[in-house]
Every structure is written in structure tokens, then in C-alpha cells.
Design a protein around this ligand. Structure first.
Ligand code: FAD
Ligand code: DHB
Length: 390
């Protein structure tokens, strides 16, 4: 098999890249290790920056998103028994964020690709990358019971944090930056009316909590917990009670309902530099991970893809490799800023066991400052709705 771009992974990065290349007349083959049902059922992020929605719209994959998604113009911070609304739109010249489940965006992109009869192979086993430093990189894999090879001009490693692409880059070529946080998130999806029309981020002495949603009848709620938290210790009643306490829910403000899914998400900051080796380009979680506070993971993946599409478009149009050469630096410039924001929101809102009183007071002072300063709120808002896209 032969293609222009071999894409490893059918997450948001790989699927969006395939679609945007198709719009520009560039062929690709997407190889995904898991089944379609698995990929479509994975519950993850849900908040899109304004620029991400614009990118999905331009890619022609946002029709259902525009019909079903919820548009938010603000968010709430709760701490010390008080609620403060941040007017995201008012502080950013009218920008908004959009609630739409990652797996819904993934389902939309899979349906569009398959309906167009374009190659997307699920359950591709043993994917291995070869000859990355040459102009003819190759992917080998097993599919439909047969060993196969895919000859490419370029390979896009969109296979997430645990994928094979980053691991195929020779040791010593990558510089890795890593931070593991001493807590995790217990997340639930519940058939319950959302607590409020907008998101509530709460800092409480018992730990962080977040009330978000997927629709007007489905809530997504998170509680700070220990990294190795045992879900068996968390009955539904205990989860709802803890959410009410930490979110400072007034009577009737947080209705419970059947819990549809429960899971623990680790908190990690990670960056691999550069995001390129020869003809292999990394995009999304394959190159970087942010802690979930602020919901930047999927948005960063979309931002990388925009930069990569521009570089590949120029390359295949015969306009040279300059944009491929600057791909990594262009992406990393934004990645580090988003990494900083995710780290900042995480450390500000979480409880650190064993921290000294000084740090605790500094965090409370920073939150108080935020609640009272338009300048500080503007900084939060401009990062939250999304920094400018390249
Ligand atoms: P992925 O979505 O990870 O896609 C990579 C794809 O590659 C997967 O389909 C995988 O099966 C496939 N793959 C892996 N290895 C191979 C291989 N060897 N061969 C072929 N295919 C392979 N972000 C937020 O903003 N908010 C959240 O609440 C949030 N929650 C999260 C919860 C979890 C459990 C996880 C893991 C992530 C969460 N994220 C969240 C982050 C966000 O979902 C990611 O940033 C986003 O999925 C990145 O997209 P991606 O396409 O780069 O990678
Ligand atoms: C969601 C997740 C986040 O981490 C966040 O900061 C906001 C929203 C969500 O899953 O909807």
C-alpha cells in the first residue's frame, strides 16, 4: 500500500488531520490499534476553545456540533464559601467556549471519513515505523489477519501518550519534561440536570471539585482524589455527598441521578521536544500531556494539527520544507504557554497534603486577587477561551 501521509491513531488529532488533508487533495491512511466501538466509547474531554470550534467547522465536521453543543460565555469559581463569575465573553471581546464531548467529535469524524470511502483501519495490530530518517518512511502492521506495509512520504504520529510513534524516535534525540502531580481526578458521568448553566470550579479544604456537563440532561463531575484511588471505596451516595460539600451546593442545587460511568484520571504535565524526527511528525498527546484542569488536551491536539496541515500542504504543493522545519518550534511556542496555564489552574485550585501554611495563604491571596481584579480575570479568560492559533 502507498499513501502520502500515514497517520497513526484515530483520536481527535489523527482524524482531524486526515480530514483537513483530504480537503486539500492530500491522501492519507489512518491506522488505529483499537476497535471502532472502543474509540467511540472512550469518555474524555468536553470543552472546546473558540478556535477549536472554528477549526472543526472549517474542516466540515461540525454540523452536529453546531446543532447539539452548548455555548458558554462565563464560568464560576467557588472558594471560601463565595461564588465568583468570570465573564469570559465580556473580557475577551465576545469569545465563547463550547461543550461537546470529545467522543462525539470523534464519532462525527469517523462517520464522515467512512462515508467518503476513505481509508481508516481499526484494529491494526503491531504497528511499527521504519526508515524515518529517509524520504520514504514505512509503516508495517497486521490487519485482517495479514501482515501489511504502508509506504509514505510523511508519517504523522497521532497515537497518544502511550503510542508507538514517540517511542520510535532514537533515544537521546528527544528532550523530555515531566511533572506528576500528587493527586488525580475521580470523574463521573451521570444522568442528572447540570448543577448550573455554566461550569463551576471549586476549591475546598477537602479538595478540588468541578461541575461540568455534556448536555442539559447529562452531568460530568470531578473530584480531586488520590492517584491510586480505589473506586470500590466510592459508593454513589459518597460521591454525591462529597460533590455537594466541595461544590458548596445549596439545597436542591445539585440533583443526583444514575451514574453512567466512573473513572480515575491521572494528572501529568509532559512535553517531548522536538515534535519531529526526520519524516515523522508528532501531534497531540503523542508529544505532550497537560493536567485536565482547564480542559486543554484536545484543544492543543487541534492546534498542532492546524500547524501540521499548513506545513504538509506547502510540502506537497512543491513549496519546500520550511514549514515542516519550523513545525516543532511553532507548536511548542503555544504548547508551553498552554502547559503553563494548565499547571497554574491545577496548582491554584487543588489541595496539597502536607503543604505549609505559607503556600496555603499565597493561594488564597491569589484567588482573592483574581476575584477582585479585572486584570487577573482577563488573563484567565484569554487563556481559557484559547490563545491565538498560528
Ligand atoms: P488520543 O485521543 O489518545 O488518540 C490516540 C489514538 O491512537 C487512540 O485512538 C489510540 O487507541 C491510538 N493508538 C495508540 N497506540 C497506537 C498504536 N501503536 N497504533 C495505532 N494506534 C494507536 N482532556 C481534557 O481537556 N479534559 C478532560 O476531562 C480530559 N480527560 C481525559 C481522560 C482520560 C482518561 C485521558 C486519557 C485523557 C483525557 N483528556 C482530557 C485529554 C484529551 O482527551 C487528550 O488530550 C486528547 O484525546 C488528545 O487527542 P490525541 O488525538 O492526541 O490522542
Ligand atoms: C471538562 C473537563 C475539564 O478538565 C475542564 O477544565 C472543563 C470541562 C469537561 O470534561 O467537560
Amino acid at each position: 500500500m502507498r499513501t502520502q501521509v500515514g497517520i497513526i491513531g484515530a483520536g481527535p488529532a489523527g482524524l482531524l488531520l486526515a480530514q483537513m488533508l483530504h480537503q486539500r487533495g492530500i491522501d492519507s491512511v489512518v491506522l488505529e490499534a483499537r476497535s471502532r466501538a472502543h474509540v467511540e466509547g472512550r469518555i474524555r474531554a468536553g470543552l472546546l476553545e473558540q478556535g477549536s470550534v472554528e477549526t472543526l467547522s472549517e474542516a466540515g465536521v461540525a454540523d452536529r456540533l453546531h446543532r447539539e453543543a452548548l455555548v458558554h460565555r462565563g464560568l464560576h469559581l467557588r472558594f471560601g464559601g463565595r461564588d465568583h463569575r468570570i465573564d469570559l465573553s465580556g473580557l475577551t471581546g465576545g469569545k465563547v467556549v463550547t461543550i461537546y464531548g470529545q467522543q462525539e467529535a470523534v464519532k462525527d469524524m469517523i462517520a464522515i471519513r467512512l462515508a467518503a470511502g476513505l481509508p481508516l483501519l481499526f484494529e491494526a495490530a503491531g504497528v511499527a515505523l521504519h526508515d524515518l530518517a529517509t524520504a520514504r518512511p514505512r509503516v508495517t502492521f497486521r490487519h485482517d489477519g495479514r501482515d501489511q506495509a504502508l509506504d509514505c512520504d510523511v508519517i504523522a504520529g497521532c497515537d497518544g501518550f502511550h503510542g508507538v510513534s514517540r517511542a520510535s524516535i532514537p533515544g537521546g534525540e528527544l528532550r523530555l519534561f515531566d511533572r506528576v502531580y500528587p493527586f488525580a481526578w475521580l470523574g463521573i458521568l451521570a444522568r442528572a440536570r447540570p448543577m448550573a448553566e455554566e461550569l463551576i470550579y471549586a476549591r475546598h479544604t477537602r479538595g478540588f471539585a468541578l461541575a461540568t456537563m455534556r448536555s442539559t440532561s447529562i452531568s460530568r463531575l470531578y473530584l480531586q482524589c488520590a492517584p491510586g484511588e480505589d473506586l470500590a471505596q466510592w459508593s454513589d451516595a459518597r460521591i454525591w455527598s462529597e460533590l455537594r460539600t466541595r461544590l458548596g451546593a445549596r439545597d436542591g442545587e445539585l440533583e443526583d441521578g444514575p451514574i453512567l460511568q466512573k473513572g480515575v484520571t491521572a494528572m501529568h504535565s509532559f512535553i517531548a521536544e522536538p515534535m519531529r524526527h526526520g519524516r515523522l511528525f508528532l501531534a497531540g498527546d503523542a508529544a505532550h500531556i497537560v493536567p485536565p484542569t482547564g480542559a486543554k488536551g484536545m484543544n492543543l491536539a487541534i492546534a498542532d494539527v492546524r500547524v501540521l496541515v499548513r506545513a504538509l500542504e506547502a510540502f506537497f504543493a512543491g513549496r519546500g520544507e520550511a514549514l515542516m522545519d519550523s513545525y516543532s518550534a511553532t507548536c511548542l511556542d503555544r504548547v508551553w504557554k498552554v502547559q503553563r496555564f494548565s499547571w497554574w489552574m491545577t496548582q491554584l485550585l487543588h489541595r496539597y497534603d502536607g503543604q505549609d501554611d505559607f503556600e496555603e495563604h499565597i493561594r488564597i491571596a491569589e484567588l482573592d486577587y483574581l476575584a477582585g481584579s479585572v486584570a487577573a480575570q482577563t488573563t484567565l479568560a484569554e487563556n481559557y477561551v484559547g490563545l491565538p492559533l498560528g
